[in-house]
Design a protein around this ligand. Structure first.
Ligand SMILES: C[S@@+](CC[C@H](N)C(=O)[O-])C[C@H]1O[C@@H](n2cnc3c(N)ncnc32)[C@H](O)[C@@H]1O
Length: 223
């Protein structure tokens, strides 16, 4: 967990001729600053929704590394085992992403003076507007992570968003965060591979993917 710096290490700020000593930030402000809710941080600390155990970490790291060239891995092996390779990566990385980045695992252009969190929300609102989302529409988020974008877009546009993801841990975490955000009634998750989507035509009014299809073993097929 983030530890606030000792008050003595925070230099005073000059402000309109006065010198103010900033107060020590409260822990909830620190969580908010990096995008994580206090509940989220406590859940992570207690392992709620977690899939990978401490004992499994080393073997998951070893397996993941074997897929890469540095350790003699072959591109064909990575492509034919993409499900295992991508899941190993997200089993290991998701808690760190959530802790340090927030609930949305993507970037956005950032204006001067804009916080990371503001830029990410603005990007999600822009996407909802570009898609022309209207209240009541059914939307699919392809490769949805733990659902940060889908919760924001659902609340912004009053739509029902289904998150498609092949990672079991992220889905369990996403369901818990949907419950905390109060959107479980309108938003859900489906565990499936986006290379073999389990939906019939015209199930959704709109579909989007944010920084997820880079994991497709064959991007041309996916398009
Ligand atoms: C960088 S994260 C982006 C998550 C989300 N779009 C966001 O912005 O927060 C990539 C996501 O794609 C998912 N993913 C990768 N390959 C997938 C596949 N073949 N089928 C379904 N989901 C996949 C990962 O599990 C992960 O959730």
């Amino acid at each position: 967990m983030l530890k606030p710096p000792p008050a003595s290490s925070i230099p005073p700020l000059p402000l309109a001729g006065r010198r103010l000593t900033p107060r020590r930030p409260l822990s909830r402000e620190l969580f908010a600053a990096n995008g994580m809710s206090r509940t989220g941080a406590l859940d992570l600390a207690s392992g709620v929704g977690g899939k990978i155990t401490k004992d499994e970490v080393k073997s998951a790291v070893d397996d993941y590394e074997k897929y890469h060239g540095y350790y003699g891995g072959k591109e064909e092996a990575r492509k034919s085992n993409y499900t295992d390779m991508v899941n190993k990566y997200y089993d290991l990385a998701t808690s760190f992403y959530e802790y340090g980045w927030g609930e949305s695992f993507h970037f956005a252009h950032r204006w001067n003076g804009e916080s990371l969190r503001e830029s990410i929300k603005r990007h999600e609102h822009f996407l909802a507007l570009q898609l022309g989302l209207k209240p009541g529409m059914k939307v699919l988020d392809v490769g949805c992570g733990i659902g940060g974008p889908l919760r924001e877009i659902a609340k912004f546009s009053l739509t029902s968003v289904t998150g498609l993801n092949n990672n079991e841990y992220q889905i369990s975490r996403g369901k818990e965060l949907n419950r905390v955000a109060g959107v479980s009634g309108t938003c859900d998750f489906v565990k499936a591979d986006f290379m073999k989507m389990p939906f019939s035509d015209n199930t959704f009014d709109a579909v989007y993917a944010i920084e997820a299809t880079c994991h497709a073993p064959d991007p041309v097929y996916l398009n």
